[in-house]
Design a protein around this ligand. Sequence first.
Ligand code: NAP
Length: 253
Amino acid sequence: MDATSARPLAVISGGSRGLGFETAKALALQGFDLALVAKDSARLTSAAQMIHEASSAAQINISTFACDLEQPHLVRELIDSIKQSLPTPQLLILAHGVMSEKMSKTLKTNDAEWRRVMAINLDSVFQLVNGIAPAMADARNGRVIIFSACLGRMSGPGNAGGLAPYRISKAGVNALVRNLAHETGLGARGFLVDAICPNHSRTDMGGPDALRSAAEGAATAIWLATRAFDPAGASDAEKVTGVLWEDNQIVPW
Ligand SMILES: NC(=O)c1ccc[n+]([C@@H]2O[C@H](COP(=O)([O-])OP(=O)(O)OC[C@H]3O[C@@H](n4cnc5c(N)ncnc54)[C@H](OP(=O)(O)O)[C@@H]3O)[C@@H](O)[C@H]2O)c1
């Protein structure tokens, strides 16, 4: 990474494929340098190559960080390495995640499955926010966007049974976002934090039959990443942070 780059930096977990990759590709075209995080190093390299090719005219810097986000001590090492090698990011987008096993109802799942999903979907989200976002909040110029899921909502199609580790990990993500938004002044201090629900999208997680393409699933995150924020704005879309977004609209938790 070029330390003198004039481009703002977006750190994107899950940037190797699926919704995180689509978000990263769009933000590269919009002028961001990228730090991509995922588990598989070869997939990260190929994602960075594809983004370079898609944005060939731009002088984009892309760093890749391979880390198993299931392992808390490795997440802390990752955070140190990002902080030592890169400037404070303007964007932290957490788009990594795993689905829980098919038969993972509360009475059927087990400790190992619960811990795996919670570690990746919730614990590492806490660690990455806790490790990377303080400098963004201090800079009064930071946005955190976390991929949640409709299945984690306490309303609508949310916690309606089945896939317990996944749904409950996403409900935890929602609570983390709302709590952090209140802790940081609901945008008044230049630090924004929001959750998004991408809806069922065609990725490795969503499967081939999902109605939305991966690019469509990433669209709300891309919009949020660059939207104008004004606490005195006329519409909720301009002045509200600390909420759950779907299709550029606020939806109930
Ligand atoms: N697709 C949907 O229909 C849908 C719907 C609602 C919400 N979501 C949420 O949207 C986000 C992105 O989903 P997606 O569909 O893009 O998923 P995906 O295609 O399965 O990609 C998952 C991403 O997470 C990374 N990841 C998984 N486990 C990891 C680990 N232990 N350590 C580091 N990285 C890890 C993967 O990295 P590797 O390539 O290295 O494995 C990959 O980049 C997730 O939070 C998901 O819950 C998706």
